[in-house]
Write a protein that binds this ligand. Sequence first.
Ligand code: NAP
Length: 261
Amino acid sequence: MAAFDVTGRSVIVTGGSRGIGKGIAGVFAAAGANVLVVGRDADAAAACAAELDAGAQGTVSAFAADVATSAGCAAIAAAAQERHGGVDVLCANAGIFPDGLLADLPEAEIDRVLATNVKGTMLAVQACLPALTASGRGRVVITSSITGPITGFPGWTHYGASKAAQLGFMRTAAIELAPRGITVNAVLPGNIVTEGLAELGPEYEAQMAASIPMRRLGEVADIGHAALFFASDQARYVTGQTLVVDGGQVLPESMAAMEGL
Ligand code: NAP
């Protein structure tokens, strides 16, 4: 068996229309999977699917839905069932990261971040449960973050809370779903070059690179390969675990640990 072969598997990537999700979708499509990329913007999802589908070993198609609603998540699961005959892998990746200091954070903004990042993850998994169970080797791969579970960053209290909450969800879901043969794991990206991160500006990117032992930001495919490992047959006995993919960013005790390198 070739390493990490997912030929013919049905894979959903929420937030697959750009950024990290697009990277995950590209890696799975190259490994032979049939991928459904999901975003709220139908045109963006369709453009992404057309780009990834060309030349991929598997197939890539688009679906527009909002993961923050149970109706949206039910529609995503139904589309995968209809197009690919089921769901083998759910990459719960859709997420938002608007910034705002706690002192001024509107309640509506807290609700929006938790609804997308936490509730959206839970609802997507819930909606795909029958199909993941029927698969016999169901896989859930959550895109969390180093921010929240490991580190803090002013402006992202709500975001950090949401990313840590995903791991709390993961640990109990992993136990509940183990008897169904479903594994639930999470990738914790550091700073990855994406359209969303680019919106934070070049200064942010330069500051981040300086604090990373590898001195550069990660690429979306780096997260895709970690997700592919969790989804593989080789990872069948791994559940409830995290994999940090950050170029060593969480390691230095202080900036002094980076001096002279
Ligand atoms: P991004 O470039 O802004 O892309 C976000 C994706 O999620 C888009 O496809 C977006 O499409 C989709 N999305 C957002 N809200 C949605 C909703 N309610 N329903 C369905 N789709 C939705 O973000 P990214 O940087 O790739 O981040 C992806 C994930 O990685 C997030 O969970 C984020 O927390 C995590 N992460 C990112 C980094 C980083 O450095 N970039 C680091 C750590 C963790 P629409 O807008 O069309 O819906």
